[in-house]
Design a protein around this ligand. Sequence first.
Ligand SMILES: Cc1cc2nc3c(=O)[nH]c(=O)nc-3n(C[C@H](O)[C@H](O)[C@H](O)COP(=O)(O)OP(=O)(O)OC[C@H]3O[C@@H](n4cnc5c(N)ncnc54)[C@H](O)[C@@H]3O)c2cc1C
Length: 355
Amino acid sequence: MGLATARALARTGREVVILEAEAAPGQHTSSRNTGCIHAGMGYVPGSLKSRLALRGKELMYAFCGEHGVAHRRCGKLVVATEPEQIPGLHAMMKQAEANGLFDMRMLDPAEVREMEPELRFAAAAHSPSSGIVDQHDLMQAILGDAEAHGAVLALNAPVVGGRATGDGIEITTGGKDPTTIRASMVVNAAGLGAQKVARAIDGVRPESVPGQVLTRGCYFVLRRRSPFSRLIYPLPELGHAAVHVSLDLAGQSRFGPDTEPVDRIDYTVDPGRAAFFYEAARSFWPGLQDGDLVPGYAGIRPKLNKERASLNDFVVQGADTHGVEGLVSLYGIESPGLTSSLAIGEYVTRQLGAA
Ligand SMILES: Cc1cc2nc3c(=O)[nH]c(=O)nc-3n(C[C@H](O)[C@H](O)[C@H](O)COP(=O)(O)OP(=O)(O)OC[C@H]3O[C@@H](n4cnc5c(N)ncnc54)[C@H](O)[C@@H]3O)c2cc1C
C-alpha cells in the first residue's frame, strides 16, 4: 500500500519519501499472498473492501497492461462440492451483484467438465474477471512509476517515532543512520507494523489504534503440472475452511492459504499441516496423489480485533479519529488488499486532500 500510495501522491507533483524498515521493499505481506486479482464478489456491499476491490481490479488490469507487468485474466470457478452447498452458491452470486459485479454466471455441468475436467463438483459459477498477477513485478513497476515522478525510496529506515509540530509532522527513523524528517502529510502503511508505528507517533490517541490479530496462511505447492487452468475456490463446508487453488504465471499450482492464529511474525510452514491440505483438496480434486504436495510459503494477515463490526473492513483513519492533522493510518489491509492497492493509493490521496 505504501508504494501505491507513494505513486499516487508523487503523481500529484508532491515530494515523496518512502521509508522502508527492511533492506528491500515487499518483504512481507505483499509478496506472501495468493497473487489473485479478485473480482470483488464476497464483501459487504458498500464497504471499503467492496468498493476498493472493484475499482482496484480495473486500475490493476490497466496498470499491468501499460507497464508490462506479468498477469493473466484467467478467471475463477467458485465451486459447490456438495449438493447442500448449492443454495450457498446462489447466495454468493446474489452477493456479487450487490457488490456491483455483474459478469458472473452459473455454469452447466457440461461446461464445467469441459473447462476443468478433473474438478469434482455439484455446481460451479464462473467469474471471468478474476485473475493473477506477479506481485514482485507489480511492486517493481509501481515503485518505478513512483520514482519516475520523483519519489525517493529510503531502505533500512524503520520509523521509530514522530510528533505533530503544528505545521506538519516530524518522523524519526532508527537503524544504522537515524534521521528526522518533516512532512506536511504522512501515510502510515506499515502493514503488520502499522499499530506499532501509530503508537510511536506522539499525539495519536491510543484508543484510536485497533487491536491486531496475526493470522498465518500457509501454502502447499503441487509438484506436478497443474490439473486446472483457472483459480478454483470451493465454498467452505460448515465448520471447515476451504482450501483454494491458485496458479502462478509459470503454471504452477498452490493450495491454500489455511488459517492459523500466531503470536508473532513467523513465516515457517509446518509440514505436519499436509494432512489437512490433502483432505481439503481431495474434496474437489480426487486425482490428488500422496506425495504430490510439498510445503510452500506462508503469509500473515494483518487482521483486526473485531471488537467493533466496522473493523471487518479496511480501516483508513484520518485526524478526526486519531487526532494528528496530516496523518493517515491504514489498518487491517488484508485480502483483497493487493487487488485494491492502486485504488487505496487513489483513496488515501483524496483523504489527504492532495488529489
Ligand atoms: C496469506 C495471504 C493471502 C493473500 N492473498 C491475496 C490475494 O490473492 N489477493 C489480494 O488482493 N490480496 C491478498 N492478500 C492481501 C494482500 O497481500 C495485502 O492486503 C497487502 O499485501 C498488504 O500490503 P501492505 O502494504 O499493507 O503490507 P506489506 O506488504 O506488509 O508492507 C508493509 C511494509 O511496511 C514496512 N514496515 C513495517 N514496519 C515499518 C516501520 N516501523 N518503518 C518503516 N517500514 C515499516 C514493512 O517492511 C513492509 O515493507 C493476502 C494476504 C495474505 C496474508
